[in-house]
Design a protein. Structure first.
Length: 60
């Protein structure tokens, strides 16, 4: 599921979950930059969220 669409499946993310997702997304981008990649179009639609509400980087 896209990060942008997660709000359609639950009423609202709690503060802790939102911070964890933001931190994980930031870590994915940091790792890409360390490898020499620049995405150029970072937005919620480009991050997937699994059933455990953890980020899985994607380019959907």
């Amino acid at each position: 599921m896209e990060l942008r669409r997660i709000s359609h499946y639950s009423t609202r993310l709690n503060w802790s979950t939102a911070l964890n997702l933001a931190n994980e997304a930031t870590q994915h981008v940091r790792k890409l930059h360390e490898l020499g990649y620049a995405h150029g179009d970072i937005k919620p639609e480009n991050f997937g969220v699994n059933g455990s509400k953890r980020i899985a980087g994607s380019d959907g």
